[in-house]
Design a protein around this ligand. Structure first.
Ligand SMILES: [Zn+2]
Length: 267
């Protein structure tokens, strides 16, 4: 499985191309092309789909790369180590070109909230005093979970993304892996591919930070918010939010009449 990042013209955005399906068009990585999935973000267009795009999207958005064609030769993006680190490293090695057109910025004026069906998860978006994106995430799976409650507020900058979020890996409970394997999924998953939490903690691996899980959840938010196709100035507050709720709040923000578009200020 191979993924290639290719340069793209101004205002073409982020698009995925299935090179193993040569007659299919590029798939724009925007909300309109998102298809419903469990525990991941996927897009589809013209008979092609790409699964598991969120960590690739986070790497691109985290580095403020607005235009890129991403070629993949398989139905899903490589999982790598479950984080965005490998993608960030190859993008930094390739180099980033400054283009001349301005980037739209969506400024959130009024608060809105998306809630999960189970009433145990929600995410809200509201205004922020500074011209930036702030994400506060509270992860709490209850007192009996081997994953302890974690709370983190992250103020976006490419530098902060690279140093504080890019390394944070996907995590899952051992009981969830067992259930997935019983359904025929994830048969190849090993403790090297992501963090697996058993009752006594991480199995066969070590955390890269004590709060690696909440850092990964914020990384997922950055990848999912990039589906808006513009910068965002606002403060998101998430409680146990996952990809589907992240998409819901993006749709609410995109539809809100009071969200205003500006142009990105020169760095
Ligand atoms: Zn993730």
């Amino acid at each position: 499985m191979t993924l290639r990042f290719l340069p793209a013209d101004e205002n073409t955005g982020l698009r995925f191309q299935r090179v193993d399906l040569p007659d299919t068009p590029p798939i724009p990585a925007t909300l309109e092309y998102v298809v419903p999935r469990q525990r991941r973000t996927a897009i589809a267009h013209g008979g092609a789909s790409v699964e598991l795009i969120e960590h690739v999207m986070a790497a691109l958005a985290g580095l403020q790369i607005d235009n890129c064609l991403i070629e993949v030769n398989a139905p899903e993006a490589p999982g790598a180590d479950g984080s965005s680190l490998g993608f960030v490293q190859v993008l930094l090695d390739a180099g980033i070109v400054e283009q001349s057109d301005s980037r739209n910025v969506l400024v959130i004026r009024d608060a809105c909230t998306a809630r999960g069906d189970d009433e145990r998860s929600e995410i809200s978006a509201g205004p922020v005093f500074r011209r930036t994106l702030v994400i506060s995430y509270e992860l709490d799976y209850g007192p009996r979970s081997p994953i302890k409650p974690q709370l983190l507020t992250f103020e976006f900058s490419p530098e902060a993304f690279v140093t504080s979020l890019a390394f944070a890996r996907t995590f899952i409970l051992e009981t969830e892996i067992t259930a997935l394997k019983a359904q025929g999924y994830g048969s190849r998953v090993t403790p090297a591919d992501l963090l697996i939490f058993g009752s006594a903690g991480v199995i066969g691996n070590q955390v890269r930070a004590t709060d690696e899980c909440v850092r990964h959840k914020i990384l997922d938010c950055i990848g999912d918010f990039a589906l808006l196709g513009c910068d965002i100035h606002g403060h998101f507050r998430a409680y146990r939010s996952g990809h589907n709720l992240n998409h819901s709040i993006c749709r609410m923000v995109a539809e809100a009449q009071h969200a205003t578009h500006l142009l990105r200020q020169p760095a």
